[in-house]
Ligand binder design. Structure first.
Ligand SMILES: Nc1ncnc2c1ncn2[C@@H]1O[C@H](COP(=O)(O)OP(=O)(O)OP(=O)(O)O)[C@@H](O)[C@H]1O
Ligand SMILES: Nc1ncnc2c1ncn2[C@@H]1O[C@H](COP(=O)(O)OP(=O)(O)OP(=O)(O)O)[C@@H](O)[C@H]1O
Ligand SMILES: [Mg+2]
Ligand SMILES: [Mg+2]
Lengths: 254, 254
């Protein structure tokens, strides 16, 4: 049965999509059957894997709002063991539409049930907000992986994110736990980065993941070639850090 | 009468708050009476000016949902000519609450009317989404200033943002125009930055602002001291770039 990891943080630009895409690619090369679910209307995870849908092709929007089966929408990517449930900008309208649904927080979780047995890992990339799309991700997940930048606003957002996680645990998804906090875009030449990561280590000693993803321009370049860094610049520090992260996640899962 | 500039981009982490805070501080030192409006539930603009409200103090949430007058909520900051309409995390609930309002896109614009004559500039910091809060910002504004990072996902988001701007122009706010596209966190050592900015210059030749804000750690450090960069590291490149931006905006307004 798949382990479902939701990658969320309402703070924008902290590396959610970069983590979702590169961690799923790394799990796939470790021959774990992996599904990447893109529930961000920006559809950045989809375009990072060269998938750009037009208006007529079904995507996660139809899965959430009109009950199209997930299996009919999943795309097998060019990479072995890596599939994608793609997004499209029309998903922007879903949050307001979902408000009227009876089980509005459980729509994604119910939609994924029929395919959970087909995968080892399912990763969910969320938009930068704590609205219904992210809540659906948290409700469907076994654990939350929270990327943060070692910068000032990170700490403020983290407390709010963890409070939301606890709320979802209590009322919607008791199995949800914290997979860990991931430091991204880390530049060890900056005092700010050292100070903030020290503060996080103090407040959340057991939750900081060992792997730190360093700032590396290859990670920012890879999406313009529509590939994960592993298949664009395999020997880059960025690709290496995400391979280490996959190793850490795989070892924890045992 | 105040010129109202909305600072928006649904892409996360592109420097919206950093631009809103530092541009307003720069306009204030040029002795322009400036109001910074924070309509992001993350309240990063508020905390950047050392303002952290508790549950009992009225903020923009009450202005939008229960009609508390803006004048009763505005805080004069410690900096001459700079006032703040603060936010708080409880604003998260506003988007769903506003859905039921008759003039739901015009709530901010109506609320600001009584104070427009008191200021030269009103800047609005938006959350990373194109939901009702950002739409309210676009509907209230004379112009849109769109910060973007010179990275791959920037181009995808920009097209969507400009389409939303046109939609708002047609249906909600005919006076809205594009103030300009601002390159932020620019690192001229990276090819990626040069390539993306070249692409933007090609597609939007007349809309790229002359000022480019360079990546500068002082801009990321200043919020942890609760000050704009101008009052934290006045001789830093970051503070300088935002002063230049203010100069460019002031000259255009003539
Ligand atoms: N370790 C890294 N080194 C260098 N650049 C990075 C790194 N991680 C992410 N980036 C770049 O930083 C930007 C923000 O990352 P990304 O888009 O993954 O964040 P996000 O949290 O998904 O953003 P959003 O909140 O908009 O969904 C992107 O341009 C990305 O390419
Ligand atoms: N020119 C710059 N140089 C260095 N760091 C910067 C610069 N501009 C912004 N930052 C830092 O980058 C991060 C993102 O910037 P900021 O929070 O202003 O973006 P935002 O678009 O408001 O994010 P959100 O989408 O979450 O509202 C912050 O930690 C900020 O301090
Ligand atoms: Mg993303
Ligand atoms: Mg912001």
């Amino acid at each position: 049965l798949a382990r479902i990891i939701v990658i969320a943080n309402q703070k924008g630009g902290v590396g959610k999509t970069t983590t979702a895409v590169n961690l799923s690619a790394s799990l796939a090369v470790a021959e774990k059957n992996t599904l990447l679910v893109d529930i961000d209307p920006q559809a950045n995870a989809s375009s990072s894997l060269s998938v750009r849908l037009n208006e007529d092709t079904a995507c996660i929007y139809e899965v959430l709002t009109t009950g199209v089966p997930v299996a009919d929408v999943i795309i097998k990517t060019e990479y072995n063991y890596l599939s994608l449930l793609p997004s499209h900008i029309r998903l922007v309208g879903a949050e307001i539409e979902l408000v009227g649904f009876k089980e509005r927080e459980h729509v994604l979780s119910s939609a994924l049930k029929p395919v959970i047995a087909d995968y080892d890992y399912i990763l969910i990339d969320c938009p930068p907000s704590l609205g219904l799309l992210t809540i659906n991700g948290l409700t469907a997940a076994d654990s939350l992986l929270a990327p943060i930048q070692a910068e000032y606003f990170a700490m403020e957002g983290l407390t709010q994110l963890l409070q939301t996680m606890k709320l979802v645990q209590r009322r919607l998804n008791p199995k949800l736990k914290l997979e860990g906090i991931l430091l991204t875009m880390y530049d060890n030449r900056l005092n700010l980065a050292k100070q903030v990561s020290e503060e996080i280590r103090q407040y959340f000693p057991k939750n900081l993941l060992k792997t730190i993803v360093r700032r590396n321009v290859r990670l920012a370049e890879a999406p313009s070639f529509g590939k994960p860094a592993l298949h664009f610049a395999v020997s880059s520090p960025g690709a290496g850090d995400y391979l280490s992260l996959a190793g850490e996640i795989l070892t924890r899962s045992k």
